[in-house]
Design a protein around this ligand. Structure first.
Ligand SMILES: [Zn+2]
Length: 299
């Protein structure tokens, strides 16, 4: 493999959480360290970035105890093969979610690695979790207890990680400042997940993509903004479904909606409208429209 074209950086967000930030896709992975014990969250992207995490653990004198994979999407599963063996923890739906998206996942990884000049000879083999957990699972790590919170909606198997003593939330692929909600699993589940997270005290927030923050106003704003986006998406699409309209009319009805960074989220917003139309009872072929449509990895 060649070296990564863009450098990564590590920021210490709290006493016990470090965030490694990639310029590529504004991708974040986490290192939680307490009393000489470490858990890595979604290690990746790229060989050099993963090596930085290993160096961090060495510098902190910490032993890698767990690798937590927040969900089965391609960009979150690339790290374990580059790390020393450690038990991998994921949600119980990980295998099923991965299998459902397998063709897309392998294609997306091949395309990403080719773009990085790091194409591999054989197809990527996804990691196999050693420990499958349900909502509410508690993981002891040094002096900390990490709470695994099932937050489906973007992915059926997605978990957030909440550490109550310092009120830190690792949000996985939600609550980004750059991305709108990518509703690639279920609108209803996404709404319920945000409703749950809104009840937590959160003093530090790290999203899977975007800027981590400890600003209470910014944390509250992200939660409110994403909930408002989903409510508006639902209202506009439901109105079209109730009127017996088409999926094209649902997309058109959502085209005038305000949402953040339209220059980079326009396509995902359209996919959201299409998937919501199908979820809310509109008639359309999921093989041709929405997040589950065929050929998405080629677009
Ligand atoms: Zn994802």
């Amino acid at each position: 493999m060649t070296s990564d074209p863009t450098p990564d950086t590590i920021v210490r967000l709290t006493n016990t959480l470090w965030v490694k930030r990639s310029q590529a896709m504004a991708y974040n992975c986490g290192a939680v360290i307490s009393a000489g014990r470490a858990a890595l969250i979604d290690p990746g992207l790229g060989r050099a970035g993963v090596a930085m995490l290993a160096d961090l653990l060495a510098a902190e004198g910490a032993t890698l105890e767990r690798i937590i994979i927040t969900h089965s999407h391609w960009d979150h599963i690339l790290g374990p093969e580059l790390l020393p063996p450690a038990p991998i923890l994921a949600h119980a739906a990980f295998g099923q979610s991965l299998a459902a998206d397998q063709a897309y996942t392998l294609k997306a990884i091949a395309r990403w690695e080719a773009s990085q000049g790091a194409a591999r000879g054989a197809p990527f083999v996804p990691p196999t979790p050693d420990e499958l957990v349900e909502d509410g699972h508690e993981l002891a790590l040094g002096d900390l207890t990490l709470h695994l919170v099932h937050v489906p909606g973007h992915a059926a198997d997605q978990v957030a990680i909440y550490e109550p003593a310092s009120a830190v939330l690792w949000a996985a692929d939600i609550l980004s400042d750059l991305e709108i909600p990518f509703v690639s699993h279920s609108l209803a589940a996404y709404e319920a997940a945000l409703q749950r997270l809104a009840r937590l005290e959160i003093r530090a927030l790290a999203p899977g993509h975007g800027v981590p923050t400890t600003d209470p106003a910014e944390i509250a704003r992200r939660i409110a903004e994403d909930r408002a986006y989903l409510a508006e998406l639902r209202a506009r699409v439901q109105a079209v479904v109730d009127a017996g309209g088409t999926i094209a009319q649902a997309v058109a009805a959502c085209a005038t909606m305000p949402f953040k960074h339209p220059e980079q989220n326009e396509f995902q917003h359209q996919l959201n409208a299409e998937s919501a139309f199908i979820e809310l009872g509109g008639a359309a072929d999921p093989a041709r429209f929405g997040w589950a449509r065929e050929g998405l990895a080629d677009e």
